[in-house]
Design a protein around this ligand. Structure first.
Ligand SMILES: NC(=O)c1ccc[n+]([C@@H]2O[C@H](COP(=O)([O-])OP(=O)(O)OC[C@H]3O[C@@H](n4cnc5c(N)ncnc54)[C@H](OP(=O)(O)O)[C@@H]3O)[C@@H](O)[C@H]2O)c1
Length: 362
């Protein structure tokens, strides 16, 4: 249970069962995924190496990165930080003390392209295996990140997709097949997904031979929990660990909106922090631990690395948790009224510029 953890090495055992043709589980591999890891999204290019090394020095044993982060430069810097940590003797047993997570990028959907993506990730990280490899996005592959809003407004969000909408479940299954083969070849210890809805998971289940995916990494914090509840329940039922990202409100939130500009600065979070004698960030992280999520907060500050790890050392009551969710939901409802916007989409703070961020595709 995440709520019982006290150290940054404490974590949850991941299981990936290999399913035989008669659908019986025939074997399983496992790793311990720390309840709190270190997120590397939007770390400055020139400081990724130092920040990541510092996080390892301060006890973090899980690093979450991705093929695409830093315009495809972050993995290389993370790899160098791991090398530095080993050279410094910070990791008692070397590389095996760390859980390294990276993510397949959506430009590489399909069997062969997925293999190529993995080859590049391993090369950039300078590692011979990845502990947890996640499919970053259920599709589609975009030709470019710099999409023109006017063209999307005219032709719809599928304008830039490389693959047709109807092809997606099939190509996603092919991506996953390559990921399964990577487990079999030992290049990857465990596989999972990100940003998958119940529909995406149900469709993947039809062809998967490794089920469940060990993890579904999704945006989840007390502001959007109401919208994620059903998915969280589904993951629990299927044995998929929920890894919540943007626990502190993320880095992509719309700057103008008062309720979502900075989750830490919202009155309900600040009040609860005062009441518990903790910081707002600790309250937000503790909320996630009480929900049994695994977390990957990002910070570029050494002090905040320690502050965030301290979320392991207190608790919130179920009354405090419910109150926080209710108060934030109320604030969001009021803000949605003022802005005349849909509360569901306002509750998502990430992938702000992505026209498909609401994931309403099969
Ligand atoms: N799979 C996906 O699609 C996906 C999407 C988004 C994120 N992620 C992963 O999840 C990780 C975390 O999410 P995130 O980076 O979006 O945001 P986050 O963890 O919610 O952090 C948001 C901001 O909070 C600040 N912060 C950190 N600790 C703090 C503290 N103690 N007090 C006050 N502010 C604090 C950080 O700024 P400072 O650096 O200035 O401290 C950071 O910019 C990412 O780094 C990435 O690894 C995955």
């Amino acid at each position: 249970m995440a709520a019982d953890a006290t150290k940054l090495t404490d974590g949850i055992k991941l299981f990936s069962s290999h399913i035989s043709s008669n659908k019986n589980s025939i074997s399983s591999s496992s790793i311990i995924l720390p309840f709190i890891g270190y997120g590397t999204y939007k770390l400055k290019k020139e400081t990724v190496r130092e920040n990541t090394l510092e996080a390892i020095r301060r006890g973090y044993r899980c690093i979450d990165t991705a093929f695409i982060y830093g315009g495809e430069t972050t993995e290389k810097q993370v790899g160098l930080a791991i090398e530095d940590a080993i050279d410094e003797g910070v990791l008692t047993n070397g590389r095996q003390d760390l859980v390294v997570i990276t993510k397949h990028w959506r430009k590489y959907h399909g069997y062969d392209k997925t293999n190529e993506c993995l080859r590049l990730s391993l090369k950039r990280l300078q590692l011979d295996y990845i502990d947890l490899w996640l499919m970053h996005w259920p599709g589609p592959a975009w030709t470019t990140m710099n999409r023109r809003k006017d063209l999307i407004a005219e032709h719809g969000p599928w304008h830039y997709a490389v693959h047709f909408k109807d092809e997606l479940p099939k190509i996603r299954a092919e991506t996953y097949r390559a990921m399964e083969d990577a487990v079999k070849s030992g290049k990857v210890k465990s596989i999972g997904v990100c940003n998958f809805t119940i529909k995406h998971l149900e469709s993947l289940k039809k062809t998967a031979t490794i089920w469940p995916p060990a993890v579904n990494q999704i945006e989840c914090h007390p502001l959007n929990f109401f919208a994620q509840k059903e998915l969280v329940e589904y993951c629990k039922k299927e044995g998929i660990v929920v890894q919540a990202y943007s626990s502190l409100g993320g880095q992509d939130a719309e700057k103008k909106k008062p309720v979502v500009t900075n989750l830490s600065n919202t009155p309900p979070v600040m009040k609860l922090a005062e009441e518990t004698n903790r910081t707002p960030a600790q309250v937000l992280l503790r909320w996630g631990l009480e929900k049994n999520f695994v977390l990957v907060p990002k910070t570029s500050s050494k002090e905040r690395m320690i502050e965030n790890a301290e979320a392991l050392n207190f608790s919130l009551s179920s009354e405090q948790i419910d109150r926080l969710e209710i108060q934030l939901h109320h604030a969001l409802t009021e803000a949605a009224k003022v802005e005349d916007k849909d509360i569901q989409s306002m509750a998502r703070l990430c992938w702000r510029n992505d026209p498909l961020r609401d994931l309403l595709f099969e």
